[in-house]
Write a protein that binds this ligand. Structure first.
Ligand SMILES: Nc1ncnc2c1ncn2[C@@H]1O[C@H](COP(=O)(O)OP(=O)(O)OP(=O)(O)O)[C@@H](O)[C@H]1O
Ligand SMILES: [Mg+2]
Length: 274
């Protein structure tokens, strides 16, 4: 039984199709990777699922979440806001933009909970400290009183993860959650995302350009290129014996020299007509 089912998702502006006919399902507790070079449509796919597309960009197709009546793409913003955060949550690449710089982090985690549940403020604050502890932040009661700028990048990402997990979502979407972090901090955060989702049975859609990370995190992978899913399969098979030329190219290019200055994969020469 799938918790999330995306069928024929197409994302476009008035004059350009940016994501074309993307379909996939996600089972409860499953970890699915979404990989592909810069500009292949990974973030727009996630944004469309969450109903967070930028101005002037629209989606067609269908996005269904188990237990929610109707198509998420057709829900009103008010109904969608209720689903987002409670059933579907997201961790973005840059935590500074997702956190309120003027509010103590404990309060932000508490508000993420009270927004969707009836809890007293006091109970929400205690639960927020408990969550900060679960994401292994040192001294959670003290950290709860800190402002985002007083924390390191890795700590801020843990706060965002705590907020995303606050309402026990069915699906967690992570878009390059660790690219801004150094390698050891990254490894710890990835391990935390794995255990936290495993313990809760949360399904994970994990976006990354890093094939080593996806191999470590995910059971199944979708490969995007030019707005389409060009390959998919389970791991490690998809990487050890890539059948598709684009996936083989990605693997061949996945040494450090082939990453651009932003740590992203360079464009691979391959066209669908081959
Ligand atoms: N608001 C927008 N208006 C028009 N085009 C956009 C908009 N946002 C993204 N695009 C285009 O859509 C395509 C897919 O973008 P997307 O951000 O999904 O790529 P991505 O796979 O996440 O890349 P990256 O690895 O760099 O994060 C790109 O060609 C991008 O230029
Ligand atoms: Mg992106």
């Amino acid at each position: 039984m799938s918790v999330l089912s995306v069928q024929g998702l197409t994302v476009s502006t008035v004059d350009r199709t940016l994501v074309r006919e993307v379909s996939f399902t996600l089972a409860r507790g499953e970890r699915l990777g979404l990989i592909g070079e810069s500009g292949s449509g990974k973030s727009l796919t996630a944004a469309a699922v969450l109903g967070l597309l930028p101005e002037g960009v629209s989606a067609s197709g269908s996005v269904r979440l188990s237990g929610v009546d109707g198509d998420l793409l057709r829900l009103r913003e008010r109904e969608l806001a209720r689903v987002r955060g409670r059933r579907l949550a997201m961790v973005f690449q840059e935590p500074m933009t997702a956190l309120n710089p003027a509010m103590r982090v404990g309060r932000q985690v508490a508000e993420a909970m009270t927004l969707h549940r009836t809890r007293t403020r006091r109970a929400a604050r205690a639960a927020a400290v408990e969550l900060l502890d679960q994401v292994r932040l040192p001294d959670p009661a003290v950290t709860a009183r800190a402002y985002p700028h007083e924390l390191s990048g890795g700590q801020r990402q843990r706060v965002l993860l705590a907020m995303a997990l606050a309402n026990d979502p069915d699906v967690l979407i992570c878009d390059e959650p660790t690219t801004a972090l150094d390698v050891t901090v990254q490894a710890k955060l990835l391990a935390l995302i794995r255990t936290a989702t495993e313990e809760r049975g949360t399904a994970l859609l994990f976006i990354t350009h890093d094939l080593a990370v996806v191999a470590d995190m995910c059971e199944r992978v979708l490969v995007m290129h030019g707005g389409r899913v060009v390959d998919s399969g389970t791991l490690p098979g998809l990487f050890t014996a890539p059948a598709h030329p684009y996936t083989a190219g990605l693997l061949a290019a996945s040494d450090l020299e082939s990453l651009d200055e932003h740590g992203r994969l360079r464009t691979i020469q391959w066209t669908a007509d081959e």
